[in-house]
Design a protein around this ligand. Structure first.
Ligand code: G3D
Ligand code: MG
Length: 204
């Protein structure tokens, strides 16, 4: 049987300069480039992965340098299945702003069950030797927000990125309603007779 196909919309939020575009570029293109600039010329990039028996298309939306609050627009948030909150472990303010990013997301995206919505937090640039935000502090914030998974990452040195996106995919899949996920590509013909009698009935 062909694997079930699923599309997941993942959005990446966080202050400018924390490494959102670099993380996405590392994950999707396996590259880290200092030349890779904020403007990506597209709303999102996609990557196909397999999670257990499912083929998953990760559609990852980057802010393209428009990080100011309320400048991202409705289309950016609409239908998000997961939200990745990124800060720079070397810049305290970027961590302190996670609260506002989370609030902003919940306000704009309006998920059905805000408490259970699958966020993931990434503390990026752990390759640098200027850490300000301890793992303990970050973990404690994540725990206070309904146990958001937390990863320390480096887009530069490719640390923890595959692992983080696997959890992002799995947690988003776990949240999906069954009818959103299963897109059968075959039609069960045994239904046809019932449909016909229903039609006959509608005609009478
Ligand atoms: P943004 O999309 O969140 O605004 P970018 O952030 O991905 O544009 O990254 C901002 C700067 O941080 C870039 O440097 C980028 O190379 C650097 N950067 C991103 N991730 C890492 C990382 O894991 N480690 C280190 N050391 N640097 C990182 P420039 O110099 O181009 O501004
Ligand atoms: Mg960017």
């Amino acid at each position: 049987m062909a694997p079930k196909k699923v599309l997941l919309k993942v959005i990446i939020l966080g202050d400018s300069g924390v490494g959102k575009t670099s993380l996405m570029n590392r994950y999707v293109n396996q590259k880290f480039s200092n030349q890779y600039k904020a403007t990506i010329g597209a709303d999102f990039l996609t990557k196909e992965i397999q999670v257990d028996e499912r083929l998953v298309t990760m559609q990852i939306w980057d802010t393209a340098g428009q990080e100011r609050f309320q400048s991202l627009g409705v289309a950016f948030y609409r239908g998000a299945d997961s939200c990745v909150l990124v800060f720079d472990v070397n810049v305290a303010k970027t961590f302190e702003n996670l609260d506002s990013w989370r609030e902003e997301f919940l306000l704009q995206a309006g998920p059905r069950d805000p408490e259970a919505f699958p966020f993931v937090v990434l503390g990026n640039k752990v390759d640098l030797d200027a850490r300000i935000v301890s793992q303990k502090r970050a973990l404690s914030w994540c725990q206070s927000k309904n146990n958001i998974p937390f990863f320390e990452t480096s887009a530069k040195d490719n640390i923890n990125i595959e692992q983080a996106f696997e959890v992002i995919a799995r947690n988003a899949l776990a949240q999906e309603r069954v009818e959103d996920i299963y897109l059968p590509d075959t039609v069960d013909l045994s239904d046809q007779k019932d449909k016909q009698s229903a039609q006959n009935c509608a005609a009478c």
